[in-house]
Design a protein around this ligand. Sequence first.
Ligand code: NAD
Ligand code: UD1
Length: 334
Amino acid sequence: MAVLITGGAGYIGSHTCVELLEAGEKIVVMDNLSNSSHNSIDAIKKITARDFPFYEADILDSDALDRIFSENGIDSVIHFAGLKSVAESVREPLKYHRNNVIGTQTLCEAMLRHNCKTIVFSSSATVYGVPEKVPVTEDCQTAPTNPYGKTKLEAEEILRRLHDEDIEWKIAVLRYFNPIGAHASGLIGEKPTGIPNNLMPYVCLVTAGKLDEVRVFGNDYPTPDGTGVRDYVHISDLAKAHLCAMRKLREGTDFGVWNIGTGKGYSVLEIIKAFERVNKIAVPYSIAERRDGDVAECYADPSKAYRELGWKAEKSIDEMCADCWNYSKNNKLF
Ligand code: NAD
Ligand code: UD1
């Protein structure tokens, strides 16, 4: 039997494909390539020396989903396909609802038609909104502050309802904190489109001389150096969490929500300094106004994932910085 990976050509999906293939799993990948390209499929095959079926298809297309399920023995799904830009979701909330919420529902309906009831879902720490406490535990209140975060919570709700109505469903909801870094091969990583919103892709563009300087959004937060603190987790560690979650569901767990982070927060200035030290390169920056919607600190309590999934992040912030820069250089992204 095979695992269907939706959005498997994307940043997190491609790294997860590698981890699954290296663990001997059979996979089938689908992606509409709206934010990725066939190159990452080729790269996954090159890294792992393994082949697998790839479908250029949309999760909103029920006929395509039926074809994929009919042509492959699929018994579980890891669902990455989705749109992820907070800024775009504010401009186009209905597009985000359609893709992320109706897309998840359409996928689940196809799963039901094909009697496949096991799914690992990509959620986000953004569902916590302004965290009621740090480190954030899974039982903290969820109150997303932007349309993107709301779509993630609505998709979680769809899954929760499925489970409430039919206990044959086995569902793992993973709430990622801030994935950064790239595969050690330098063949897959995060390819920014346009001017990035997120810190690490921005740092890479500045380092490459394509943007003038990093604007540090606020240095007057109640944090040790005044800049925002986040939980950055290496993408290969994050990818492994999906394998652990899948194994947990196979062992019989029927529903769970897990934070996927390191449990350690780094400030914006700490990230810039680490990037400079590790890569021996200057990262010009200046202090700017706070960004709307930002919180001072957000980092995970990942102990539930360790206790229940046997997962914990292994890679250091230095490896994250080195692998980001290695991927950027290798792929002449700039
Ligand atoms: P990504 O954009 O690199 O990957 C998503 C993939 O899904 C892309 O390849 C895209 O082409 C595909 N896709 C989008 N809509 C689709 C559709 N309707 N049908 C088929 N394919 C579709 O993003 P990512 O960073 O790899 O994120 C993967 C998932 O994890 C997303 O659901 C995202 O919301 C979630 N997530 C990401 C982060 C992050 O910081 N990267 C944090 C928390 C959660
Ligand atoms: C952002 C999104 C969040 C989303 C996450 C992953 C907002 C308000 N939040 O979170 O919903 O889940 O990305 O996609 O957009 N920073 C700078 N200068 C920059 C960029 C960032 O100083 O040019 C700072 C930010 O203020 C923050 C830290 O770097 O303190 C990390 O920012 P970012 O990478 O955007 O992640 P989040 O803010 O956690």
